[in-house]
Each structure stands twice: as C-alpha cells, then as structure tokens.
Design a binder for this molecule. Structure first.
Ligand SMILES: Cc1cc2nc3c(=O)[nH]c(=O)nc-3n(C[C@H](O)[C@H](O)[C@H](O)COP(=O)(O)O)c2cc1C
Length: 182
C-alpha cells in the first residue's frame, strides 16, 4: 500500500518551530509520497462531549471540521502529530482532536479503531527548555495512544527552540529530522 502522510499542525501560531521541524523531516520523504498538511486552528473542533454512558453507545456522524479531520485521518497510513510542547504535553487543539477519537470510535459503520490499527503514529515537537526529558508527558500521550489504537509507534522528533526559527539552530534536531521517517 502506498504511504500517505497526514501532518496535523497543532501550534497556536503559524510559522513556528514545530512546523519548521516537521517540514524539514518531510523533505526527506521519498519523491511522490503523498502528504497532506492541516492546521488544527483552521479546523476548530467543539469541546468534546462524552456521551458514552448516557444509555447511548452510538455517536452521530462527524460533520463539518470533524468530518474533514476524520476523513483525512482515515485516509493516511502515517499520522504525524506536530504539536509544540505546551505545559509538558500536547497543545489544546491536538488534545481536543484526540478526545474526538473517542466519539469517532463509536460512530456506527465507521470502524475507526480497527481501521486505525496497523497505521503509524509519529510525533514532532518543539520546546523552550533545554532538558528534553520534560517532553516525556507528550511522548507518553502519543505512544500510549498508538498502543491503545494498535497503531505502530514511530517515535518523537524533538527540537529545541522558543522564538520562531530557533529550531533551525538545533543541530541535533535538524540532523535527526533528515532520517526521522526513514
Ligand atoms: C501555552 C504555552 C505553554 C508552553 N509550555 C512549555 C513547556 O511546558 N515546556 C517548554 O519547554 N516550553 C513550553 N512552551 C514554549 C514552547 O514550547 C516553545 O516556544 C516552542 O518553540 C513553540 O513551538 P511553535 O513555535 O511550534 O509554536 C510553552 C509555550 C506556550 C505558548
């Protein structure tokens, strides 16, 4: 099956370090590899409503931005969550998107969970702190999500930077970006 990458940009600003690092890594994908880039702030989702135990296990069909994101997610073999480190974890738009997976798993006829199994989940992040261990909650969130969904775990590409553009001076990160997806 031909690989198809979905990059979900989770920063609350455009042109930031996480996106720059993700684009550097994506440059190394083999020519012709399908890539789709979506900015979560341009496709805002409502707060997630947990209906699981209201006597109704079924969720309504995803429409609007949710429908667009669900379709893009299901069409990718490789899902790249590009989230800056916010309070040691993923950004709010990313967290809200992941919360919606709980509903998507329960939309009749979609088969979200079995269809996501076997795909690969990747993370890309930028953080201001020099100590990369502070990003463990973000890495753990994504890694455990992959395990729960029976997805393959690709790992996290982590770069250091605070102001936009800083990450391009992180030599370890830019070197790692070159082989991250290979
Ligand atoms: C709301 C918020 C929370 C942040 N929390 C952290 C944090 O917990 N640890 C850290 O090292 N940097 C933190 N930062 C700094 C960002 O991770 C850093 O500026 C990063 O480069 C932003 O990525 P971006 O340029 O892709 O938006 C935070 C920034 C914001 C705006």
């Amino acid at each position: 099956m031909a690989r198809s990458f979905l990059f979900l940009l989770g920063s609350s600003r455009t042109g930031g370090n996480t996106e720059a690092l993700a684009r550097l890594a994506a440059e190394q994908l083999p020519t012709g590899t399908e890539q789709q880039w979506l900015r979560l702030t341009e496709l805002p989702l409502p707060d997630f409503d947990d209906l699981r135990h209201d006597g109704e296990e079924h969720y309504p069909a995803a429409t609007g931005n949710a429908g667009r994101l669900l379709e893009a997610t299901l069409s990718a073999t490789d899902l790249v969550i590009a989230s800056p480190l916010y309070w040691y974890s993923v950004s709010t738009p990313v967290k809200r998107y992941l919360d919606h997976w709980s509903g998507w798993m329960r939309i009749p006829g979609v088969g979200f969970r079995p269809r996501m199994a076997g795909r690969t989940l990747w993370g890309v992040t930028a953080l201001a702190t020099a100590d990369p261990s502070v990003a463990e909650p973000l890495a753990g969130t994504l890694r455990h999500t992959a395990v729960y969904m029976k997805m393959n775990w690709g790992g996290v590409l982590l770069g250091h930077g605070n102001r936009p553009g800083d990450v391009t001076s992180d030599e370890d990160a830019t070197a790692r970006a070159k082989t991250f997806f290979s």
